[in-house]
Every structure is written in C-alpha cells, then in structure tokens.
Write a protein that binds this ligand. Structure first.
Ligand SMILES: [Fe+2]
Ligand SMILES: [Fe+2]
Length: 296
C-alpha cells in the first residue's frame, strides 16, 4: 500500500534545517520570564523581535495541512505496535543522536545534551527522581524522524484532531488547508468527542509526545506521563484552550505539565553537563524505572 508519507516531496518532509528550529520558534513565542526580568537575555529579546523564518512558517503550513484525523489513526496503527526496533536505553540515545543539524553542526547541542540539560535542571531544583527521568526521556520520540517521518509529524505544537481548531494554535489560518476543516462533524467545539470526556479520550496530532507517552506508560507515574504526552500542547498548557474537552483529572494534572515546560524551554546552557560524573547516577535511575530494552 502506498502510504501518504511516500507521496510527499522532499521539501514537504524537511522544511526545517533542523528539528531545533521549531523549538527556537517556541522559545521566541514564550521567552523565559526570568531572563527578561533580569535583563540577561539580550539575545532572546533580539530573536523575539525577529520575524520567524520562512522555514518555520512553511513547517506549520505542512503540519496544519496534513495532520488530519485519519492521518493520526494511520500513524497510531503503524507505530503503537512497537515492532520497529528494540534497543537498550543507552543505545537508543546514540540512535537519537543520529539526528544532527546539517545547517549548523557546531553551535547546536545534540539531542542527548538537550535531554540531559533538561533532566539536570529538574534534578537541581530537587524534584522527584521520576521527573528527572521524564526530562531525560521526553524527546526520545524524535526518533520518528529516523523512521522516515516528516518533521511536521514528529515535532510542532500538538492539538486535538476530530474537533474544531483553536485560534490559540500558532498560525491558525493554515488549518483552512486541512481536509478536516470541511468536515462539519469535526468542526464543532467537541467534534467526535463527548464534552468533558478528558484528554485521555482525545486524539492529538501525531508526534513525538504521544509516541513517547505510549512507550513509557507502564513505567512512569501519571504526572510524568502527562508531561510526556502534552508537553507540546501549548494551546492547552500555555493558552488555556480546549476547556470543553477536559475533565477534573486533566485540570489536576495541568500543574505538572506547566511545571515541566520551563525545564524543556529554558534549560539550555552553554556549558554541557559533565557526563562522566553523571553517568552512574543516570544508569541507576534508568535501571530503577525502565526495562533493559525499549521497544520502538
Ligand atoms: Fe519535545
Ligand atoms: Fe524538549
């Protein structure tokens, strides 16, 4: 069967120079309030004033055009069997690190560094060890790119499919190109879902968040699972949209998703943590919660 993915042109698969370009755009949208307050972030200010690069705009155009309800079902069927690859956790980090930034290999940290900086910032603030592990694992799902998925089906702000799009999602105008936009069943506020059904019953646009949640769901506490599953759902955790879909449990978990987000966005530091010193702590942490191998 010819999959939808195979019919994409190369420019429709990789509009960004690297996956980090999306995260930089998110950082421009939600700059670090501490850095602003302390006026330590002249660079961030400058970025914030700079219009987003066309590559980012194009990335969102593709994401909003092609992330349909049916596309999400197709990807869930393809990936949630976890029959693609099996690796020890530490090998999986090496695998993830094959994702390199072609445009600027010297200045960007590799994927593992982002994960380690996130987890170290969480640890430094004294949070529970499962949250440190959540930080370490949260972007592992980006390996979807290495399985041939287009960038817009791996990263990007996530949003519910099967119901109306919130105008709180960045570049909402691009949803007009999405075939679901013309399906009246999908365009009421709750669409195919029951009001107040809870996010666990809602299908989100496909990407690294849902994939990682599904991979980790037997191993981390509920709060950590919400962090994994919804960390890119900015329209919810930053903008307060989609209240008609939420239940009490979502509202309770929101504070954990909000607690996690600054560690994801603001933990980049120019001096990488010393892995040699940290290694044994993380080996113990991984062994405490995770099985010997992970199934992808
Ligand atoms: Fe992420
Ligand atoms: Fe991240």
């Amino acid at each position: 069967m010819r999959t939808q993915q195979n019919s994409f042109k190369d420019s429709e698969i990789h509009p960004l120079n690297s996956l980090d370009e999306w995260e930089e755009a998110v950082l421009q949208r939600y700059p670090d309030p501490d850095s602003i307050a302390k006026d330590r972030s002249a660079d961030q200010y400058r970025n914030y004033e700079t219009p987003e690069r066309d590559t980012v705009r194009e990335f969102y155009r593709l994401n909003h055009t092609y992330q349909t309800y049916d596309f999400v079902q197709e990807k869930r069927a393809a990936y949630l069997q976890f029959n693609k690859k099996e690796m020890p956790v530490w090998e999986a980090f090496d695998f993830l690190n094959q994702l390199v930034d072609d445009s600027d290999p010297d200045t960007d940290l590799d994927q593992f560094q982002h994960l380690l900086q996130t987890s170290e910032a969480i640890r430094a603030d004294g949070h529970p060890d499962w949250m440190v592990l959540t930080g370490l694992m949260h972007d592992m799902g980006k390996v979807l790119c290495l399985f041939g998925e287009p960038q817009w089906a791996v990263v990007g702000d996530t949003f519910p499919v099967g119901c109306a799009y919130s105008d709180k999602i960045v570049y909402p105008e691009f949803f007009r190109n999405n075939p679901d936009f013309n399906n009246p069943v999908y365009q009421t506020p709750t669409g195919v879902y029951e009001p107040g059904c809870g996010l666990r019953n809602v299908h989100m646009s496909w990407g690294h968040d849902e994939y990682m949640y599904q991979m980790m769901k037997d191993y981390l506490p509920e709060q950590g699972l919400y962090m994994l599953r919804y960390h890119s759902f900015y329209a919810w955790h930053r903008e307060g949209a989609y209240s008609e879909l939420l239940d009490g449990h979502d509202r309770e978990m929101l504070r954990w998703v909000k607690l996690f987000n600054p560690y994801d966005l603001y933990s980049k530091c120019p001096v990488p943590p010393d892995w040699k010193q940290l290694r044994s702590y993380y080996e113990d942490l991984v062994a405490k919660y995770l099985p010997a191998t992970l199934k992808f």
